[in-house]
Design a binder for this molecule. Structure first.
Ligand code: ZN
Length: 193
């Protein structure tokens, strides 16, 4: 992993949480998309088959309008991650490929962009400073508070282990802003947890 790029995706996730006034978990990916003017569509509701077999989501630009089409056969946690991943492609400005005259999608061949979109999605849905403030550690705790899949939570929990050890939260001004927005939520949750 190239650190510079990693930092970009992480900062982009923080900026997105700030720009769309996200202040509680689970993060509503649909509200973010709506505020950004991006239409989110279930693949079962489309006439054209946008998704290839095994593809969980795609971002399509048609006449300057962004659409995220996602496979709604998956469970809610998976769907949420897919939409967040596609938001990542859009917000990170990944390179577009022309599928036909009207339609543009992201280049699937670029696995680096895929990795970046995944980093964006996991930082968006499970922001480290909020997980830290709530003292969440196990994949189960993270999965249930963030409403993400167990496998996504396992990755996050592993990353959190490193971050807890390093114990350098809130060193970036962006992260401090995210934390401030979540402060009320953190306080309300601490009473429950
Ligand atoms: Zn992708």
């Amino acid at each position: 992993m190239i650190y510079g790029k990693y930092k970009n995706a992480r900062n982009a996730a923080w900026q997105c949480l700030i720009d769309y006034n996200v202040n509680k978990l689970p993060v509503s990916v649909l509200s973010i998309a709506k505020s950004a003017g991006i239409k989110v569509v279930k693949s079962s509701k489309t006439n054209i088959n946008y998704l290839m077999p095994k593809e969980s989501g795609i971002s399509v630009l048609i006449n300057k309008q962004w659409y995220i089409v996602y496979n709604d056969n998956s469970n809610i946690q998976r769907c949420r991650f897919t939409v967040a991943h596609e938001l990542g492609h859009i917000f990170l400005g990944h390179e577009l490929e022309k599928r036909n005259r009207r339609m543009q999608t992201f280049k699937k061949s670029e696995s680096f962009a895929e990795q970046e979109a995944n980093i964006f999605a996991s930082r968006l849905l499970a922001p480290a400073c909020v997980i830290w403030a709530l003292g969440l550690k196990t994949p189960n705790e993270i999965a249930s508070v963030c409403n993400i899949s167990h496998s996504a939570a396992e990755f996050r929990s592993e990353r959190m282990r490193t971050l807890y050890k390093r114990n350098r939260f809130l060193t970036s001004s962006l992260e401090r802003k995210v934390y401030r927005n979540f402060k009320m939520f953190i306080q309300s949750q601490k009473k429950i947890l």
